[in-house]
Design a protein around this ligand. Structure first.
Ligand code: NDP
Length: 503
């Protein structure tokens, strides 16, 4: 099968990245870190270092925050909502124009299959911008009549919150970056964003497109670097009005603790350990591939991955066998190969973490039904490839059932003719509450369980990724606030009540 991209495009990207380190995008310009430091960027398919990026720290964050404040109080803040929307739509068009370049960069950097990036993430990112561009002209307050003696009228103003600090993870870097920017820009805020240290590259290309689209300097700033330095400086900075974070629950808690200096607003999209419940009456031809895709997609590095499988005992063997068969046939390999369905995990650290969990599960009494180790040898070039894995005989209380693994590892469990309260309690037996999947043809089971599940998203009988219109976020320790939809854009605004005495 021929590669679905031009080899010359890949060569050009590699040559550019090898020629010099990527720079920070601050105040509309590309600049090195003030310290002059850089860090290595590794291809997880080969474990080779193929690029270097500027290691921004507190001093660079400070410059970026000042630029963002100037843009907020200056040209960006003075634009009409319709002008902002037009720039956002222009950026969406540029992303589509450069879709091949961005998808290849993403695949090299993160390891995800090129086709997944090209056909899923690029159009998804463009739609995020177009959807949120619609909100730019539709965020508004209301009028209220107070019940005081006399004649009064109150208006609420919905005002942009100011400068936002955004911290994003490595699992779907480009899509996540654009999904953060879109509502921030729609609301009229400016932003300083830190990509993850494992995947800094696609944001650099986005910086070029932001400049080309004509956004005023300082509206969007990208500071690549480390969490402990650049990330911590965003959280600490008194000039930042809100932090939006996606990543681990552990770092989310740290951010809450460290953001109290100026009581900046905080929204958190954190980890998950999402249940996938398959009833005996489910359409198994759809449920089996759906459940497999939910855990093996992007090598399981998805916050909403369906990592805990609960199957009715009547169909348990059939479902687990079906998912295991799928696991055996998934084509694992470099994201650049046209046949690849699942790439490597992102780093040596993540590989060690995932393999460690598999070992822990086996030590706790789970059976490795399929997979259960690293893929090595010809074609794997020392990359961080994990076999798609199903653990059976898992029970609640095991670490593999309770903790987020963030890899292609499914824990399979069975249930009997339990009532919905009991099934719901099993599904909810985790600190997380981000997403969930239910497969059944029975409306009462479907909606009854949906009501009982404590999670921000319930998918009944499948459904592709996230839609920019659907609010998304966590119950319990999966986070604070909702992204996407109207509530996502409104979360970058403050409400002000303005009261007028009319008599
Ligand atoms: P982290 O939560 O550590 O990283 C997410 C982002 O936060 C990165 O940009 C990181 O920077 C930054 N960060 C780290 N420390 C700080 C800090 N002290 N202050 C501010 N920002 C900080 O995730 P990991 O990469 O360590 O992944 C570990 C686990 O987290 C995964 O195995 C998975 O379970 C979970 N995770 C969940 C995600 C989700 O979508 N919900 C996404 C990613 C991970 P740096 O670039 O230096 O890492």
């Amino acid at each position: 099968m021929n590669a679905p991209f031009a080899a010359t495009t890949l060569e050009k990207i590699r040559a550019e990245l090898a020629a010099k380190p990527t720079e920070l995008f601050i105040d509309g310009k590309f600049v090195p870190a003030l310290s002059g430091k850089t860090f290595d960027v590794e291809d997880p398919s080969t474990a080779q270092i193929f690029a270097h990026s500027a290691a921004g720290d507190a001093a660079d964050i400070d410059l970026a925050v000042k630029a963002a404040r100037r843009a907020f109080e200056g040209p960006w803040g003075k634009m009409t909502p319709a002008q902002r929307a037009r720039l956002m739509i222009k950026l969406a068009d540029l992303i589509e124009r450069d879709g091949d370049i961005i998808a290849l960069t993403e695949s090299l950097d993160n390891g995800m299959p090129y086709m997944m990036a090209r056909m899923g993430m690029i159009p998804g990112a463009a739609e995020q911008l177009r959807y949120n561009a619609g909100w730019a002209t539709k965020l508004h307050g209301e009028t209220i009549t107070p019940s005081w003696p006399g004649e009064w009228q109150t208006l609420t103003f919905r005002e942009a919150i100011g400068v936002v600090g955004a911290i994003v993870p490595w699992n779907v870097p480009f899509m996540m970056t654009v999904a953060k920017l879109a509502p921030i820009l729609a609301a009229g805020c400016t932003v300083v964003l830190k990509p993850a240290e494992q995947t800094p590259l696609s944001a650099v290309h986005l910086g070029k497109l932001i400049a080309e689209a004509g956004f005023p300097d300082g509206t969007v700033n990208f500071v690549t670097g480390f969490g402990e330095t650049a990330g911590a400086a965003i959280v600490d900075h008194p000039g930042i009005d809100k932090v939006t974070f996606t990543g681990s629950t552990e770092v989310g808690k740290l951010i809450v603790r460290n953001s109290t200096g100026n009581l900046k607003r905080v929204s958190l999209e954190l980890g998950g350990k999402s249940p996938c419940v398959i009833f005996a009456d489910a359409d198994l031809e759809k449920a089996i591939p759906g459940a497999a895709a939910s855990i093996f997609g992007n090598a399981g590095q998805v916050c909403a991955a369906g990592s805990r499988l609960f199957v009715h005992e009547k169909v348990y063997d059939q479902v687990v066998e079906g998912i295991q068969n799928r696991a055996r046939t998934i084509k694992v390999g470099s994201g650049l190969l046209p046949t690849t369905e699942m790439g490597p995990v992102v780093s040596a650290e993540q590989l060690e973490r995932v393999l460690g969990y598999i070992e822990t599960g086996a030590g706790e009494g789970a059976t490795v039904g399929v997979g259960g180790g690293r893929l090595e040898g010809e074609g794997y070039n020392s990359g961080y490839f994990v076999k798609p894995t199903v653990l059976t005989g898992t029970v609640s209380g095991m670490r593999v059932v309770e903790e987020e693994i963030f890899g292609p590892v499914l824990c399979a469990m069975r249930f009997g003719d339990d009532d919905l309260d009991t099934i719901g309690a099993k599904a909810n037996a985790t600190q997380y509450g981000l997403s969930s999947n239910i497969w059944t043809r029975d409306l009462v089971n479907a909606l009854g369980l949906a009501k009982r599940i404590k999670a921000g998203l319930v998918r009944i009988n499948g459904g592709p990724g996230l839609d920019p219109a659907l609010p998304f976020g966590g119950f319990k320790q999966s986070g604070w606030g909702r992204e996407n939809g109207k509530s996502g854009a409104e979360s970058y605004t403050e409400l002000k009540s303005v009261t007028i005495a009319l008599a």
